[in-house]
Design a protein around this ligand. Structure first.
Ligand SMILES: Cc1cc2nc3c(=O)[nH]c(=O)nc-3n(C[C@H](O)[C@H](O)[C@H](O)COP(=O)(O)OP(=O)(O)OC[C@H]3O[C@@H](n4cnc5c(N)ncnc54)[C@H](O)[C@@H]3O)c2cc1C
Length: 409
């Protein structure tokens, strides 16, 4: 019997160390920063990078990367614990250098880059000396279907010439390079083999950041990029010709799960706040915690959070064991994203007007959470793929069991 949810003493020690670091270093640092728009830039940088130095000294740097790259060498199950602890503070993942999109880009470079590309692009990311972005989505075509990508790369001797339009490119304004996906093949055998990925230095002539897209939670670093005659050396192709789609899929598996780990942490904060408020708010003869209507919200949130944790742990287990994880990650991503929105919404409900105000973090969390239901795969696209796999499992084996986590029950 090998199903065992107890942590090894070493891992429990790491988890508690991350928790203590977040409480003792990151949260006080965040309090000193306050509103990042108000604080002086130099002071902001000094506090942030001071905390990063402390994370490095505490051995809590790059939890997702192997030791030879300066990381903690954790597997995905172990990472789930660390990410969830780190995300208890807004800057937590950044301080540990495991924030999106760099974290997903590091995985991608580790797997796909040549040795030279790793030295030039992965090394500075791991050392915390650079930031990166991933440029795939375009305003003119549905991001849900990357076979529609219109940005083109045309070979010209030892260079590729790229023209196109991207938007919602997170982190582009701070990045020193992009992983860019563009169409290189006119008539591929498979529509999924039309695109290739490139490493693009930023700034580069022809890479024009034209605006920051203002979102419902403010303008938080998602850029629109117009690409005009951008020249990229042939050696900067990442992966092979026509492998852009494959690379994107490879990147998104662990990256989606890492989002789930951080969302679980956010939902837990919202549930903690819901219970705390319900224990202190009094109406109609008792505190809210004694009302059945409120208990249902607490119970539903508790059950959904429990389901989310199990789904994430199981999907992480499958990645760690080299098993096919596409369906499990899809199901986790869909479920956890929706759970997050529901739990924050209920917490706001229990807080009443206070929840709607910006006096608590809930309003900000709610605005932030909405993107989770369509970015990195919209709900409906995940549902489409999950259903396809369930139908295929039934056709192949006469039962849907394989599609429900392929568990021994
Ligand atoms: C905060 C944020 C950060 C982002 N960061 C990045 C980034 O760094 N890099 C990057 O490249 N992109 C990024 N994106 C873009 C993101 O990946 C896309 O929004 C996503 O892929 C969906 O593409 P789309 O917005 O074009 O929506 P569309 O593809 O137009 O889909 C719109 C809606 O159509 C429906 N739909 C689509 N297909 C189907 C279907 N088959 N069946 C039923 N319904 C369907 C879904 O409801 C979907 O939400 C980011 C987006 C946000 C909001």
């Amino acid at each position: 019997m090998s199903i065992d949810f107890t942590l090894t003493p070493e891992l429990e020690e790491i988890r508690l160390r991350v928790r203590a670091f977040i409480n003792d270093v990151v949260k006080p640092g965040e309090a000193r920063i306050g509103d990042p728009d108000e604080i002086e830039r130099d002071e902001y940088i000094r506090i942030l990078f001071g905390m990063r130095d402390q994370a490095r000294e505490a051995g809590l740097w790059l939890p997702h990367m192997p030791k030879e790259w300066g990381g903690m060498g954790l597997g995905h199950v172990e990472l789930a614990m660390v990410q969830a602890e780190a995300a208890k503070a807004y800057y937590g993942p950044f301080i540990l250098n495991c924030q999106a999109p760099d974290e997903g880009n590091m995985h991608t470079l580790l797997h796909w880059a040549t040795d030279e590309q790793k030295e030039k692009y992965l090394r500075p990311l791991c050392e915390g000396m650079a930031m990166s972005c991933f440029a795939m989505t375009e305003p003119e075509v549905a991001g849900s279907d990357p076979t529609l990508i219109r940005t083109t790369a045309v070979q010209d001797g030892e260079e590729w010439v790229i023209n196109g339009h991207k938007w919602f490119i997170s982190n582009a304004r701070r990045a020193s390079f992009a992983i860019l996906v563009a169409r290189t093949e006119d008539n591929p055998d498979l529509p999924q083999a039309a695109n290739s990925a490139f490493l693009v230095d930023i700034p580069s002539e022809g890479w024009n950041r034209v605006r920051e897209v203002e979102t419902m939670h403010g303008s938080t670093g998602h850029s629109e990029i117009v690409i005009e005659d951008l020249r990229v050396p042939a050696a900067n192709m990442l992966g092979g010709r026509g492998q852009g789609h494959l690379l994107g899929q490879y990147r998104l598996g662990p990256a989606r799960l890492a989002h789930c780990m951080r969302w679980i942490s956010q939902a837990e904060t919202a549930l903690d706040m819901m219970v705390d408020r319900s224990l202190h708010r009094y109406a109609h003869g008792s505190v809210l915690a004694e009302k059945q209507g409120i208990q249902w919200m607490i119970a539903d949130s508790t059950m959904e959070l429990y389901q989310s944790k199990l789904m994430v742990l199981h999907a992480a287990y499958r990645i760690d064991h080299g098993l096919d994880f596409k369906s499990e990650v899809s199901m986790a991503k869909h479920f956890v994203a929706n759970m997050l929105n529901r739990v924050i919404d209920r917490s706001i409900q229990v807080h009443g007007a206070l929840g709607y105000s910006t006096d608590t973090p809930l309003a900000h969390m709610y605005q932030h959470a909405r993107w989770a239901r369509f970015a990195d795969g919209a709900d409906e696209v995940h549902q489409m793929r999950i259903a396809q796999r369930t139908i295929a499992a039934y056709r192949d084996t006469g039962t849907t069991q394989r599609a429900t986590g392929d568990l021994p029950i």
